[in-house]
Write a protein that binds this ligand. Structure first.
Ligand code: NAI
Length: 216
């Protein structure tokens, strides 16, 4: 990532990517920043500002070429890369995350699945056998994964995180409640808490209902 590009711009890129994928799949080849802005609920100047961080992709008077812009944003997000990734926890969430998310290009490739439940050993997830967690160390030494997806409760996370960091894991997609970054500020962590999003929805829904009740 270029040093001068803010993380908030980077965080907006996946949304552009999704929108452009949709436009591309609908056969749209060209779009103006104004039209893209209208469709996305943004302003044209916001879009131009975001794209200018990468040198700007449009042409004066033409707008954006949708398939080209889609590819460019994909390149910026490294979606075609395949960072070696392991999944820890082959329960409900681990299965859902691996089957629904790793089936599309995301920049990551799942190479190993681990669980401490012996009954799961040998079961197949995303074409990979679930391995007992005892094999984690040898597997990492042989295969050098870079990223770990964490789909287990927090109980064992301190020990596990220490081990994963020692084994060379550099980034975590963390669904557990354990604060990995606090214990290991040297690694990169994306925390995902679906319930945070749900609680936000709860707040805005309830306050809207209360406001309407007061008005009515
Ligand atoms: P689950 O019980 O179906 O699966 C958990 C799996 O983790 C089990 O197979 C268990 O054997 C394994 N496991 C536990 N400790 C382990 C360890 N030290 N090493 C390897 N494997 C281990 O539970 P589910 O529904 O898949 O949820 C997993 C965790 O994710 C829960 O703690 C839950 O709170 C959290 N979660 C987080 C969400 C989020 O949005 N961040 C959403 C849903 C669940």
């Amino acid at each position: 990532m270029k040093d001068d590009i803010s993380i908030s711009v980077i965080k907006r890129l996946p949304r552009y990517y999704r929108f452009l994928e949709n436009l591309k799949n609908n056969g749209i080849v060209r779009i103006s920043s104004k039209e893209l802005a209208e469709r996305m609920g943004l302003t044209a100047s916001q879009i131009r500002h975001d794209f200018n961080c990468f040198g700007g992709f449009g042409q004066q008077g033409y707008g954006y070429n949708v398939p080209e812009l889609y590819d460019k944003i994909g390149e910026i997000l490294y979606v075609n890369k395949e960072l070696k990734t392991i999944l820890i926890g082959a329960g409900n969430l681990g299965k859902a995350v691996s089957s629904k998310i790793f089936q599309r290009k995301s920049g990551f490739r799942l190479i190993g699945v681990f669980d401490k439940n012996e009954a799961l050993a040998g079961k197949i997830i995303r074409g990979l056998p679930v391995r007992h967690i005892d094999y984690l160390e040898n597997f990492c030494r042989d295969n050098n994964p870079i990223c770990a997806v964490i789909c287990i409760p927090s109980n064992d996370m301190k020990e596990l995180t220490d081990l994963l960091c020692r084994l060379g894991i550099r980034s975590f997609w963390n669904f557990s409640n354990y604060d990995i970054a606090m214990a290991h500020p040297e690694v990169l962590v994306e925390n995902v808490h679906l319930t945070d999003s749900l609680m936000t929805l709860s707040y805005i829904t309830e306050t809207r209902l209360l406001d309407e009740a007061q008005e009515g």
